[in-house]
Design a protein around this ligand. Structure first.
Ligand SMILES: Cc1cc2nc3c(=O)[nH]c(=O)nc-3n(C[C@H](O)[C@H](O)[C@H](O)COP(=O)(O)O)c2cc1C
Length: 159
């Protein structure tokens, strides 16, 4: 069974709520999920995963330092994540606060690892963004992100 890893940072719980909804989406497509805070990730987790979804709060228009440090450390696995499916989500404090740039910054790192990213015709085009405590609509978008990643993994047969 393919495995999706959800790696996130969250200080006040908003990104964590999003991560739980993303997890629900992946599970609803029948895939296995490991959801872990970024400081608990082992690189074995990364190598085992068929899909990797990153979540971070928006801090000064980009990802939290903890997520950036994790991505910088991932250089030791450069070349080993190629072809895996990736996605990202972020929680911000306000509209126009940089949630989309945060998502794109995380996606750039995944693309540099050679990963496969699917865009979205509707709603959040790059990945899921949410403001403050995620409401029902934001959670639905997060769930959809998880479903989309799971379906792409199945379609590509990358596991
Ligand atoms: C150091 C710091 C920087 C922040 N910078 C931004 C920002 O640039 N734009 C924004 O919309 N929100 C910003 N926020 C608000 C957080 O993104 C927001 O509260 C988020 O929901 C926190 O997620 P968490 O509950 O998962 O920790 C910042 C918060 C902190 C603590």
């Amino acid at each position: 069974m393919p495995l999706v890893l959800i790696v996130y940072h969250s200080k006040t719980g908003n990104t964590e709520e999003m991560a739980k909804a993303v997890e629900e989406g992946v599970k609803s497509e029948g895939l296995n999920v490991v959801r872990k805070k970024v400081d608990r990730i082992s690189f074995k987790d990364l190598l085992k995963a068929d899909g990797i979804i990153l979540g971070s709060p928006t801090y000064y228009g980009t990802m939290a330092a903890e997520m950036k440090a994790f991505l910088d450390r991932s250089v030791q696995y450069h070349g080993k994540l190629e072809g895996k499916v990736g996605a990202a989500f972020s929680s911000g404090g306000g509209l126009g606060g940089g949630v989309e740039t945060t998502v794109l910054d995380m996606l750039k790192a995944l693309l540099i690892h050679g990963m496969v990213i699917q865009g979205d015709l509707h709603g959040s085009h790059y990945g899921t963004g949410s403001i403050g405590r995620p409401n029902a609509a934001a959670k639905k978008e997060c769930k959809r992100l998880g479903e989309k990643v799971a379906r792409l993994i199945k379609r590509l047969g990358v596991f």
